[in-house]
Design a protein around this ligand. Sequence first.
Ligand SMILES: [Mg+2]
Length: 236
Amino acid sequence: MLKLNNAPEPAEFAHIRDWVFDLDNTLYPHHINLFSQIDRNMTAFVAELLQLEPEEARKVQKRYYHEHGTTLRGLMMHHQIDPNAFLERAHAIDYSILLPDPDLGEAIKALPGRKFIFTNGTVSHAQAAARALGILDHFDDIFDIVAADYVPKPAGETYDKFTQLKRIDARNAAMFEDLPRNLEVPRAIGMKTVLLVPRNLGDIVIEQWEQADEADPNVDYLTDDLASFLRALQAS
Ligand SMILES: [Mg+2]
């Protein structure tokens, strides 16, 4: 059974050359709840598009999310929407609730090799969030949903596109994510996989299917403190 581990052995990551980070609920903690703003914007978009009451719109939104990986993908497949209009609306949020995280910045900066953000959001969303956290400058590149041709993680083709475009050898890469299903492909292609879980897990209600299964075979490490986890890798 996998246990919470905020201090991994540096030797186990000594071969890592490329560090891949999901954005939302990974580079900032789950309890910040930035995503709730995006979530509300998506509900409003669906309500207007389909002329539904918010409650009904929310059901459609969540169904597409479950069936297609993102609400956007479902809207594109069933309603042929313009993805850019949707993405702009979804990410029209207040980033000021994200505060600079110098500990995380230092820890990312100190990692040897390249650092990527790999998100089902957009480059502008990733830039805005990472800038607010004060960590944007420590990343070499961002791979987003547009680069993925709107096919979200966890689709295998999107990881292929990402690793080929950025010339990443999965065997020398590590991936950090808050959704277990998004670590399935990385693990299968040889990456080290680290699952971020919320602090005080018991206090936070997470949809059952998103919860970290402690026996999840896709996960090598489980942490609730990314900065501490990365800092431990520097210790030698
Ligand atoms: Mg995430």
